[in-house]
Ligand binder design. Structure first.
Ligand SMILES: *Cc1c(COP(=O)(O)O)cnc(C)c1O
Length: 370
């Protein structure tokens, strides 16, 4: 029998979350962002749940190819554009739309021989300072692209640095609007946080006019709140798209003063039963999660005790006295009874974000789709 650990991708949750985010921007088209192998979920595994999107956005050409192999004929956007000239051949062949964020990419396009003119997303750096043309250079880049026979249509995009926090997006929106004034073309501005927090009901409450012809949600479609702990997934009406569960493979009865695991990091304050669970950091569960990190033991809220090791972690069985070898422990996501434990709570305990945990699900964990 394989190790009793299992990840599950929930198709219905993906479908629900996509619709939930789209509701905040009813007039916008939606890029489902599936970079990094769909945030660790697996592009092939999320495809069915996200196929109601208007397009798929990602970075890696091999991933774009996988989306085409799945039969997707609609738009695919390369969020970082091409990395070298010959990537444009694949763009022509697969009909990929691509971001243009620097002069070198315009040079490559100008030298590209194609019968099929490309749809490009010209990116403005409105303050994030990763990719994009500075506002004062944006118009010149647009003019240069517009003159190329290789370019069919130019859309305009930018990316927010603080959509999830107190600084917000207003400053970047103003810079973008000013530097793109009178330029034709569709606009794409909002990631998950911007869509949930600054469009729809939340945006209206702020009197904010954040308009986007294409929104680009990623994390929210996977059921994680982009601004946890200020808001959790329940507040945003999101459901976990990934569950990770494993079974208890051993039980230890501790006496007061007994310790658990490497470093004897946990000392039992009184007699207690603990369960040893077949999940460790080699499965993608963060080693830094301290004693007290939430778990669901047989669907009942509980906590970890002691240090996470490579293949195992330990949980307090106190909340479920009937638990024993074989009891299912949910590390994040949905427990069989329907109770959920947000991946954001585990990420928070590890000092990181839900994104990183999803992406770090280890290769050795078997994944099923429901
Ligand atoms: C990853 C990414 C997104 C999606 O961001 P989320 O925070 O996951 O919604 C949107 N736009 C760009 C350019 C990205 O790189």
């Amino acid at each position: 029998m394989p190790r009793p650990i299992q990840a599950t991708i929930h198709t219905a949750a993906l479908r629900h979350n996509l619709a939930q985010v789209a509701r905040c921007a009813p007039d916008a088209k939606v890029w489902a962002v599936v970079k990094a192998n769909a945030y660790g979920h697996g592009i092939e595994r999320v495809f069915e749940g996200l196929r109601a999107a208007d397009g798929f956005a990602l970075l890696d050409l091999a991933e774009a190819q996988r989306v085409r192999v799945l039969g997707w004929r609609g738009p695919i956007l390369l969020l970082e554009g091409v990395f070298e000239a010959r990537d444009l051949e694949l763009c022509s062949r697969l009909g990929l739309w691509h971001t243009v964020h620097c002069d070198e990419q315009i040079d490559m396009l100008a030298a590209h021989k194609t019968n099929l003119a490309h749809r490009v997303f010209l990116k403005m750096n409105t303050g994030m300072n990763r990719l994009g043309f500075k506002p004062h250079r944006f118009r010149a880049a647009w003019t240069r692209l517009h003159a190329l026979p290789q370019v069919e249509e130019i859309s305009l995009m930018t990316h927010f640095s603080d959509a999830d926090g107190p600084a917000g997006v207003a400053h970047q929106v103003a810079v973008f609007a000013e530097a793109s004034r009178d330029l034709p073309g569709e606009r794409s501005l909002s990631n998950s946080a911007a869509t949930l927090r600054h469009m729809g009901p939340a945006g209206e409450a702020k009197g904010q006019a954040l308009e986007s012809d294409w929104i680009r949600p990623g994390i929210a479609t996977y059921g994680s709140a982009p601004d946890y702990p200020q808001h959790d997934a329940l507040v945003w009406g999101l459901q976990p798209a990934m569950s990770l569960s494993a079974r208890v493979i051993a039980v230890q009865d501790l006496l007061a003063g007994d310790t658990v695991g490497y470093g004897s990091g946990f000392v039992a304050p009184q007699a207690m039963r603990i369960g040893v669970v077949a999940c460790g950091y080699a499965d993608g569960y963060p080693r830094v999660c301290p004693t007290g990190t939430p778990v669901l033991v047989g669907g009942v809220p509980g906590r970890t005790v002691g240090r996470v090791s490579m293949d195992m972690l330990t949980v307090d069985l106190g909340p479920l006295p009937g638990a024993g070898v074989g009891t299912e422990v949910t590390l994040w996501g949905r427990a069989p009874g329907g109770v959920t434990l947000s991946i954001d709570a585990i990420a928070h305990a590890a000092g990181t974000v839900g994104y990183e945990l999803m992406c770090a699900l280890a290769q050795r964990v078997p994944v099923q789709v429901d």
